[in-house]
Design a binder for this molecule. Structure first.
Ligand code: F0G
Length: 459
């Protein structure tokens, strides 16, 4: 008999989970203004809010922390991190930052000015925020296939080369760079193919533009290239990663995802002028150039994490757990962005809560119902997160309205996946009784989903 697949690690330290009653959760929801970001984590049973900074570090990472060099300048931890990044990506210049948005802030302070246009594939909300707060515009050039959640396509994160070329041809003088997010979080953790990365680079070069990869989940992307793209099955994850970065000029990184650490980020580039320009903003915003908001020990843990995650065993364990959960949802007929991506399931709330009008935010409503059902916390990646149009101030209903259920790295077991699936099935079975959603009672201008206050819409 063939042995089944199992995790490539065993567990050395555990943390207790707490359950709650439906009545308690009802009260906590009210106190949280129906915004799940306002819940105390003690009030959450299984937390699928994000895969960012929520993973478990390995024994090797914890051991590396003991080697941290806390010197203000010239820390040997920085050089260990820099050498790892250079070895994996080929990028010679590295600036550490406290997390991904810090990297965006530092690099974009140098590159983005008012009136600029930054084309890319479904910019993540902080990326879009850092562009729009500079009075510049983020233009989404993702392939149209990504909008149909039921369509099977191996690389739904891809940039549409024709859309990109059109933006470049019409606005070349306003475009500081092209950004490609690997994997494409907003479109459902969907990967970008090597062929597409190559095509984007060629188009950008034609217009003399550089390409930046938003790299939060670059290892997951490499795994999908290995398993889905012709010609890569026999390559190692590290070889694939190296090739991916030959099609980029720079990267911003949230190390809280594929860096396998709880906090951290960096910018890396092959261009001295990018480095020199960004450096000016690192010191006032993040810290001196050899720590950029991180402890020495954090940089050591990150160096090991990057190395560890770019090994097949680790990344395969991670993706297979997400696929395990997806297979359960298939069994129950629950619609999600297909095929399942790398870090999360994105349930298509519009298709589940068909009685809830979009003005009442179906994905947020579904997130609330799932919490109410079983204390499982997901996250709306939909109409609330999309913010208002900066010009018309209207809600943006043009995209998808998804409930994202993120899977933390090396944290939960497949038994927890079974609980998530069962809870979602219970909500799904009573979907037709859910007729109303929520309304916004208070919001901020940008990135409103973090702090928005909501109230249930009554009959
Ligand atoms: N880029 C992508 C693709 C992201 O998913 C994130 C964060 C960032 C940049 C910003 O990085 O959080 O370290 O400042 N995503 C988290 C999420 C928050 O839940 O998807 P950060």
């Amino acid at each position: 008999m063939e042995l089944p697949f199992a995790e490539s690690w065993k567990i050395k330290m555990v943390e207790p989970l707490r359950k709650s009653t439906r009545e308690e959760r009802e009260q906590w929801l009210k106190e949280a203004h129906y915004n799940l970001f306002n819940l105390k984590s003690d009030h959450v049973y299984i937390d699928c809010l994000t895969d960012s900074g929520t993973g478990a570090m390995s024994d090797r990472q914890w051991a590396a922390m003991m080697m941290g060099d806390e010197s203000y300048a010239g820390s040997s931890s920085f050089f260990r991190l820099k050498d790892t990044i250079t070895r994996l990506t080929g990028f010679e210049y590295v600036i550490p930052t406290h997390q991904g948005r810090g990297a965006e802030n530092v690099l974009f302070s140098h590159l983005v000015k008012a009136g600029d246009i930054v084309p890319g594939n479904s910019h993540f909300d902080t990326t879009k925020g850092h562009i729009e707060s500079r009075k510049a515009f983020a233009i989404d050039c993702t392939i149209d296939e990504a909008k149909d959640t039921q369509l099977e396509h191996p690389f739904k994160g891809n940039v549409d080369p024709a859309k990109l070329e059109k933006v470049l041809a019409e606005n070349a003088d306003k475009i500081p760079f092209v950004i490609v997010t690997v994997t494409n979080n907003t479109a459902g953790g969907q990967p970008v193919s090597m062929e597409n990365l190559r095509a984007v680079k060629a188009i950008a070069e034609k217009y003399n533009k550089r390409v930046v990869f938003d790299s939060a989940r670059f290892v997951e992307n490499a795994y999908f290239i290995k398993t889905r793209e012709a010609g890569y099955a026999d390559k190692t994850i590290k070889e694939i990663v190296k090739e991916m970065y030959t099609y980029a000029d720079a990267m911003t990184m949230s190390a809280k995802k594929d860096g396998l650490v709880n906090m951290g980020g960096f910018i890396a580039t092959r261009h001295e002028d990018f480095y020199e320009g960004a450096k000016r903003f690192c010191i006032p915003f993040e810290g001196f150039l050899t720590y950029g908001g991180l402890n020495g020990r954090d940089m050591d843990a990150l160096a090991v994490g990057l190395d560890e995650n770019t090994e097949l065993d680790n990344i395969e364990t991670r993706i297979k757990q997400v696929h395990y959960l997806a297979a359960k949802l298939d069994e129950y007929g629950i619609p999600y962005q297909r095929p399942v991506g790398g870090h999360a399931i994105f349930v298509d709330a519009d298709r589940v809560l068909t009685n809830v009008p979009k003005e009442e935010f179906p994905a947020q409503t579904l997130a609330i119902e799932l919490y109410r059902e079983a204390g499982i916390r997901g996250c709306e990646i939909g109409y609330i997160l999309a913010d208002r149009d900066p010009v018309t101030r209207e809600n943006r209903f043009g995209g998808l309205d998804l409930l994202r259920l993120c899977i933390a790295r090396r944290v939960y077991t497949n038994n927890h996946m079974d609980v998530i699936a069962a809870a979602l099935k219970n909500v799904y079975d009573r979907r037709n009784e859910i007729k109303h959603g929520v309304k916004i009672v208070w919001e901020t201008e940008l990135m409103r989903h973090f702090t928005v206050k909501l109230a249930p819409v009554e009959e």
